[in-house]
Design a binder for this molecule. Structure first.
Ligand code: AMP
Length: 456
């Protein structure tokens, strides 16, 4: 089943022929809903605040009009707001024209690729660069020296580069913040506020978010200039994802997973675990059952993460086991199935995880395997996302009425009488977890703490 796309055509926008040619080469026939709404507004140089998930076509919704504006410069020449830019067409040394902030390295690379591919016919060339942490900073400083028209970056690395005077912000014309809801949490929030202070006041602001928490409303009020608000809710509801919940004993999850992977003819499957160690263990356990899988998480080197993702995206590998580093932004075409081996800690992440499937109008399946200790948490996820899903049991994997004992990962130290009381207090709030290894992101632990009441 394919989601019906609007009938409008890309030629109805005022795109130059070189951009229309790139769109054709990409195989896009009709603009998606968000593209229909956002493109004309961005072409006009106005601010846009869009509620949009990955999978809606949001990347092209900002890439295409920004490339058009940069290549012709018409919008900037007409507007007094951009007088400070001196009318030159390409970024000067160490300067940037369009700054795109994203939460992860993978997304930075992916968005930069779309800019590069869509701008391949534009002359003189528009330079696009992605920079992110976890790799050496010197090559990035060198690459920035001659200026870059579009810079796609994670916030921390941008601040590092700025502190080393590797980047100048005086030629910024547009700021894009992708996945604002994720970037306005934890340490990211402070970084975003610090970055915004470095930018010229007069600029176009484009923000994309899946949710509108209060701090985003505040950011919008403070930083945006009467934005066009594009609400995608009604379109998101149409995304055809079949959600299944299978109850199982925690010690039977591996068997059930292996059974599902063997019985179903899924072309590719993305499996989410809550901890890095679980990902690695699961790869080994599946391998023992003759099922080959790759793992991706924050402990892996960037080069290893990129290689694993490349293999998965190209279809070379069938099964990817990942922590929530892969739950947002990553675009894997025609992903048939997402499996929650462990539940995400945050109800929001459930939506992001399952959003990896059912993309660009394709149908998809999202299966959550829940053991006794996760029953309650799944009802919280359902409640927060206004869902009510039927619990399934599979023949041969039915859960016992009473949970089997959980494995102990570490021998317990004898607690001092003083600590004993504190520990008791903590444990009443703590969700019992089979694997106690650390979560993949700081954000994850904050959300976890928040949900389970450890933080005020
Ligand atoms: P995004 O929401 O930007 O992550 O895009 C999700 C997927 O939709 C990507 O694979 C895009 O290449 C694809 N896409 C974006 N725009 C269109 C379009 N107009 N027609 C068909 N596919 C599209």
């Amino acid at each position: 089943m394919t989601k019906p796309l609007p009938k409008a055509d890309f030629s109805s926008f005022t795109f130059s022929t070189n951009i229309l040619a790139a769109i054709k080469k990409f195989g896009y026939e009709h603009p998606t809903d968000i593209q229909l709404e956002a493109i004309p507004t961005i072409l006009d140089g106005k601010d846009v605040l869009a509620r949009a998930e990955t999978g809606s076509g949001k990347t092209a919704a900002f890439v295409l009009p920004l490339l058009e504006n940069l290549s012709t410069q018409n919008i900037y020449r007409q507007s007094k707001s951009y007088n400070h830019f001196n009318g030159t067409d390409r970024a000067g040394n160490n300067c940037v024209q369009v700054l795109v902030l994203v939460p992860t390295r993978e997304l930075a690379i992916q968005v930069c690729d779309v800019f590069k591919q869509m701008s391949e016919n534009i002359q003189p060339e528009l330079k696009c660069l992605s920079v992110y942490g976890g790799v050496k900073i010197n090559p990035q400083m060198m690459a920035l020296r001659s200026g870059t028209d579009i810079l796609v970056t994670t916030p921390g690395r941008l601040l590092d580069l700025a502190s080393q005077n590797a980047i100048k912000f005086n030629q910024i014309k547009a700021l894009v913040i992708d996945e604002v809801d994720r970037l306005m949490k934890g340490d990211f929030q402070d970084e975003i506020n610090r970055i915004i202070k470095l930018l010229p006041n007069k600029r176009q602001n484009l923000m994309f978010t899946a949710t509108f928490p209060d701090n985003i409303r505040l950011l919008v009020r403070k930083e945006m200039n009467n934005p066009e608000v594009i609400n995608m809710d009604e379109f998101l509801e149409e995304v055809p994802i079949e959600q299944r919940v299978i109850t199982v004993n925690h010690n039977k999850k591996n068997d059930l997973l292996a059974h599902l992977l063997s019985e179903n003819n899924w072309k590719q499957v993305l499996i989410f675990c809550s901890a890095k160690r679980t990902c690695d263990n699961l790869v080994i356990k599946l391998e023992k059952r003759g099922i080959k899988a790759l793992a991706m998480h924050g402990n892996k080197e960037q080069s290893a993460r990129s290689a694993v993702l490349k293999d998965f995206k190209s279809g070379k590998s069938r099964i990817l086991i990942a922590t929530d580093v892969a739950s947002r932004g990553i675009d894997i075409e025609q992903l048939a199935c997402v499996i929650n081996y462990d539940l995400p800690r945050s109800p929001n992440d459930y939506v992001h995880r399952i959003g990896r499937t059912g993309r660009a109008g394709q149908t998809g399946q999202a299966i959550s395997l829940i053991a006794h200790h996760e029953y309650h948490h799944f009802t919280v996820i359902e409640k927060r996302n206004s869902l009510r899903l039927e619990r399934e049991q599979l023949e041969g994997f039915q859960p016992d009425e009473v949970a089997p004992p959980m494995p102990r990962s570490k021998p317990k130290k004898k607690a001092s009488p003083k600590n004993k009381q504190n520990k008791l207090k903590k444990n009443t709030n703590k969700v019992q977890s089979v694997d106690n290894s650390e979560p993949d992101t700081q954000e994850e632990s904050i959300v976890n703490a928040h949900i389970w009441g450890k933080r005020k």
